[in-house]
Design a protein around this ligand. Structure first.
Ligand SMILES: Cc1cc2nc3c(=O)[nH]c(=O)nc-3n(C[C@H](O)[C@H](O)[C@H](O)COP(=O)(O)O)c2cc1C
Length: 225
């Protein structure tokens, strides 16, 4: 028996040592690295009343990439951690924190890790056509924030998601979308909350599980002159 264990352990260690070491900041997703976001500046900004006054849907974008600082502020405002107990800028039903933000750029898709305030690579490739879903030139936006509720966090894995669970997921995503809209209004960014997207293509691209519901997306960019 001991011999068999020894053989298995030796084989496992050989297999593991054959894997290439992952460099710091690199991941298993080829061509994409973890993006460390800047620390968000939580002071200053425009008065909230001015932000409400400026909030509007905009569907045309300059081609410029978002400045790292703007992307960091936007994601933190959307659903970042704002308290030491790990709670977030957006409320969620039963504090399930069920909504993940996928960030689609011309290079690939990332998922926002709010706790670490980093973007973790999901898949390399340009998924902006799938996210645009054929609506005008929206696929030209430099970045999309895609809101996905993992319903299994709401059911705590106890039962199959029902209608009420789906509604909770949709409400939680709607609140985050409005955080995005207001952050964009404050930062001078153009955006529009949308349900339009090629859901089948995106589910595949983002490698989503059955319990993950694609709900909304916000293309974001600087306003076109
Ligand atoms: C749930 C929801 C889904 C929407 N879906 C789309 C969409 O697929 N495409 C789009 O261009 N706008 C979409 N919109 C934006 C609305 O068309 C927009 O909010 C509305 O015309 C009012 O304009 P305003 O946002 O500038 O006030 C959506 C808005 C919401 C709240």
């Amino acid at each position: 028996m001991k011999k068999i264990f020894f053989c298995i352990a030796t084989m496992l260690s050989l297999v593991c040592s054959a894997q290439p070491a992952i460099e710091k900041g690199k991941t298993e997703v080829p061509d994409l690295s973890i993006i460390t976001l800047e620390t968000p500046d939580k002071t200053g900004g425009q008065p909230v009343w001015k932000v409400f006054a400026n909030r509007q849907s905009v569907r045309e974008f300059a081609s410029d990439r978002l400045k790292p600082k703007d992307l960091s502020m936007l994601l933190w405002a959307a659903n970042g951690v704002n308290r030491t107990d790990g709670r977030r800028t957006a409320p969620s039903a039963m504090n399930a924190q069920d909504v993940d933000i996928y960030v689609v750029t011309p290079e690939g898709a990332y998922i926002y890790d709010a706790k670490a305030h980093v973007l973790n690579p999901v898949a390399a490739g340009n998924f902006r056509d799938a996210t645009g879903g054929g609506q005008g030139n929206i696929n030209q936006a430099p970045v999309f924030l895609v809101l996905v509720s993992d319903l299994s966090r709401l059911t705590r894995g106890n039962n199959a998601p029902d209608e009420q669970t789906r509604l909770f997921g949709a409400m939680d995503a709607g609140i985050i979308a409005q955080n995005i809209n207001l952050a964009c209004a404050s930062l001078g960014l153009a955006t529009v909350t949308r349900t339009t997207m090629d859901k089948e293509a995106l589910k595949k691209a983002l490698n989503l599980k059955e319990t993950q519901l694609l709900l909304l997306n916000n293309p974001v960019g600087y306003p076109k002159e």
